[in-house]
Design a protein. Structure first.
Lengths: 174, 351
């Protein structure tokens, strides 16, 4: 007996649809809820579902880095900043979106542009395995050989930002 | 290697049986696979629950003996072994209070968000070579990634309770966990460099000659210190310093929700110890002349580290906030980088 609805690929697509829906819904909620703390938490949910999509497409290293850096780092820093500014973090303060319509128009244009690029680029559907021998080894090798210059430039930029932050923090008040 | 005596044989036999059974009924492999994973997850959950009950009892007994007391002695008969079961039952029946001015949904979700990531970390820990949820290529990174999610839940709980002590506890915890995550990951990185793989089974098998605790002693020290800070235990328990901020981020929690925070705290301690035993002390590997199942070796090593963590907790006083930050950024992180540099140097010289 054959079960065409229960092969691996269909389950992959099912999970992809699930996480894509969660990602889009939470992304919309990030910009529409009134409480800034809730926005940050929905942003965490959005990043988590993007990480789940990376996992579905065998890019496990990207998914892990997404969780480790974006949720464990960036979101925590955002929450930290929000909590320290008591005027914003108070649950009574509501935020407003005054440029709602402009934002919607920009988003529609961006969506159209991206879909145009994706549909004309000739990308084929998803096929397993995406990369031979796992993504981690390949990412490491490429970063150390072909893309070593962009990699070093990026690390230099980060170092400059780090030193800049220290200079700003270390400035003595009169 | 003493693989043939392991618990994994029973598991492999069981999964083969299940797959054959599903094959007879003409059902596709994916069904058998799903059911296997569900059973494994249920077994893990049972293992975690029982371990946590035991850990709480052990914590109380160890602390009592360090302080020249006896600790719980009556419930259950032998040395009060049933005390934590009684405490858990009591916790279940307690009233669940949400503060009137709390953010209700965030307050409700926080205990779930704190527990799920610590459950996820068990997915990649090899109890024996084949007794593992999923041997992912990124195994060790996955554990750190999900343990970094716990801080999100602590912030959520601290903020949603709408209480200044919980807020301070949440902020402290965020600062501390973000700072100590860096030396934690960097210390394991030197081991990963020597193994050349992030898979936990590869890391275990690379230790068949010598454990990494002997070839990477500095990394092991850094890992234990940063790990203690990561699970918020004394001397790094500032997020819940009783003498300063009541009980920190979980002050406003009661009943089962408080139980979840406590559960995840002890689960995280178990994870830190399990990872230390796996990465630095040979995991399920045991001496060849004593053929015991690998899981027994792993648990023996794990509980040795758990005991050390408890010993430290009840021996040292709490650090001050600024010293905690100084220690993390100015001592641990430079040491971790020096260790990576030395490891790389040795690997190039003795290639």
């Amino acid at each position: 007996m054959d079960f065409p609805f229960f092969n691996g690929q269909l389950i992959t697509y099912g999970f992809f649809l699930l996480f894509a829906t969660v990602a889009i819904a939470s992304a919309l909620l990030v910009v529409s809820v009134k409480n800034i703390m809730h926005s940050a938490l929905f942003l965490a949910l959005f990043l988590l579902s993007v990480a789940a999509m990376f996992f579905i497409f065998d890019a496990d290293f990207l998914g892990i880095v997404q969780i480790l850096l974006y949720i464990g780092g960036v979101i925590v820093l955002i929450l930290f900043a929000v909590m320290l500014t008591s005027r914003v973090s108070s649950q009574l303060i509501q935020q407003t979106n005054e440029q709602k319509f402009l934002a919607i128009i920009v988003c529609i244009f961006l969506f159209g542009m991206l879909s145009y690029v994706i549909f004309t680029s000739g990308l084929k559907g998803f096929e397993r395995p995406l990369v031979e021998g796992g993504i981690t080894r390949n990412v490491g090798q490429l970063l150390m050989t072909v893309y070593v210059l962009p990699f070093e430039v990026a690390s230099l930029v980060l170092l400059a930002a780090l030193i800049g932050a220290m200079v700003i923090v270390g400035k003595k008040d009169e | 290697m003493n693989v043939s005596y392991g618990l994994e044989n029973i598991w492999l036999w069981f999964t083969a049986l299940l797959e054959k059974l599903f094959g007879w009924f003409g059902l596709p492999y994916i069904f058998a696979y799903t059911i296997e994973k569900i059973i494994f997850a249920a077994a893990l959950l049972a293992f975690i629950s029982i371990s946590v009950l035991f850990l709480i009892w052990m914590e109380r007994k160890v602390s009592a003996h360090i302080q020249s007391r006896l600790g719980p002695m009556h419930v259950g008969g032998w040395h009060g072994w049933a005390q934590t079961i009684a405490d858990m039952v009591k916790l279940l029946f307690k009233e669940d209070i949400i503060p009137a001015k709390a953010d209700k949904w965030v307050h409700r979700i926080a205990p779930i968000v704190v527990f799920v990531p610590s459950l996820m970390a068990f997915l990649v820990i090899p109890f024996e070579k084949n007794l593992i949820g999923q041997d992912l290529n990124v195994g060790i990174l996955l554990i750190f990634a999900f343990s970094s999610l716990a801080v999100l839940a602590i912030i959520m709980g601290g903020w949603a309770s709408n209480n200044k002590y919980t807020l301070i506890g949440g902020i402290r915890s965020a600062a501390q966990m973000v700072s100590y995550e860096i030396p934690l990951v960097l210390s394991v990185l030197s081991v990963v460099m020597m193994v050349g793989s992030l898979k936990l089974n590869d890391i275990v098998e690379a230790q068949s000659r010598v454990w990494f605790v002997f070839s990477q002693p500095l990394a092991f020290m850094l890992y234990i210190i940063a790990g203690t800070a990561e699970v918020n235990r004394t001397p790094f328990d500032l997020p819940e310093a009783e003498s300063e901020i009541v009980s920190g981020y979980n002050t406003e929690y009661s009943g089962l929700k408080y139980g979840f925070f406590m559960l995840s705290e002890f689960t995280n301690m178990l994870i830190v110890s399990l990872v230390a035993a796996t990465v630095f002390m040979g995991g399920w590997l045991g001496p060849k002349w004593l053929p015991l199942p690998g899981i027994i070796w792993l648990l023996l090593k794990t509980y040795l580290i758990v005991f050390v963590l408890m010993w430290v907790r009840w021996t040292f006083p709490r650090l001050r906030v600024d010293r905690l930050m100084d220690f993390g950024w100015k001592i641990l992180i430079p040491l971790a980088f020096i260790n990576i540099f030395i490891t790389g140097l040795f690997m190039v010289i003795f290639k």
